[in-house]
Design a protein around this ligand. Sequence first.
Ligand code: PFF
Length: 454
Amino acid sequence: MKDDRGHWGSKIGFILAASGSAIGLGNIWRFPYITGENGGAAFVIVYLIFVLLLGLPYMLAEFSLGRAFQLNTVGSIDKITNKSAWRYVGILGIITSIGILSFYGVISGWTLAYVFKTLFTEGQVLINDFSNFVNNPYYEILLYAIFLIFTALIVYKGVEAGIEKWCKILMPILMVLLIALIIYANLLPNSELGLKFYLMPDFGKINFKTIVAALGQAFFSLSLGIGLMVTFGSYLPKSTNMFSSAIYIVFFDALIALLAGFIIFPALFSMGENPASGPSLVFIIFPKLFAQMPFGNIVGAFFFVLLSIAALTSTVSLLEVPVSYFVDEKKISRKKIVWIMTIVVFVIGLPSALSQGTIDFFTNFGFIPESLTSQDFLSQISFIFGDLLLTIGALFLSIFIGWIWGAQKAAEEIKISGGKFYKFEKIWIFLIKYIIPIIVVLILISIFKVTGIT
Ligand code: PFF
């Protein structure tokens, strides 16, 4: 392997690193607020169907492309079609990862801030603190910058030393803490109303917006559509069973999101809060939960530390996408490109940081209509990059893998490492070639109709 390319130390290390990318704010911050905005249980069911039917098979497709050519997305596509226009699908993924990292970094900065806030602020004061906090741009932007610097330092060290080690320690601890919080939240008075909202589907609530949101959330949460799993697959040896790895990753990712919901909704209904309060939801509910809990300051700070690390393993993977492209294709040194990209991302994220009431222009930015997402710049960017472009990327990559490279060749790559994949091979090929592109196209067309872009 080339000098600046990394490789995974072990299969478990790879599963943990890919899970580390998948599990992050998307599960604990985004999933609950999107579920809250979209009416609860019915949304959760559509989301889980998309995860299984589209997310899991599509993840395998990304892995197979990466491992077959041991290159980033653009490099792998070039090997197949010799610098055709298809390479722009890889470039779209790079642009999307930069866009996602910009707003994701801002929320990660909030998470980091809440470590100190829960530890040092009196619970009752903290409850009403969110809007004061986001309206103090200096503190907010400083933490955003610090978070990006942490990310850069890890990516700078390379794949194995940087990403793998952290994920091994973090994941199990996070899961234990979530389960403890579930027990606590479900013992609160009226918490059963939250469980009802979360678990008893009212299918009348399924509409176009729910379906779009569920599709976006499924791909976002699994880190799909931007070629990231192509890059991760490219660091894999041929002996790793990608089929079982993908099942583990999808399972853990969905599990953590579902666990987060089992804390948030019971707590929220017990407190009489509104489930549809948008991106600020977990920053309001969790502090309230900790404020009434014995040792809440310590438990809360610990929770936000874990959430920050979960976010960090995702931001690291997001930054790895442009970095691996420039290292492989442009022969720029890893060290140099890491810092250049970090500065670019930082600047692009500033409007998101200023969009939660600080500057009116960004707070009511409103380019994508209200019927699809909130009007602040952060929500809009999250929708454009985290839902729209990511889904478009997944569409083109599945067409590329299914039809241009050939689903059969991808299936052969998956089969090299053995396992039970051969039993599902035919279904998988059918999903990649037909089902994924058709469902995604249908949803995209309807988005364009609603937004009036066509
Ligand atoms: N999957 C991450 C999360 O759920 O927090 C976010 C993310 C990371 C999205 C990497 C996309 C991506 F490529």
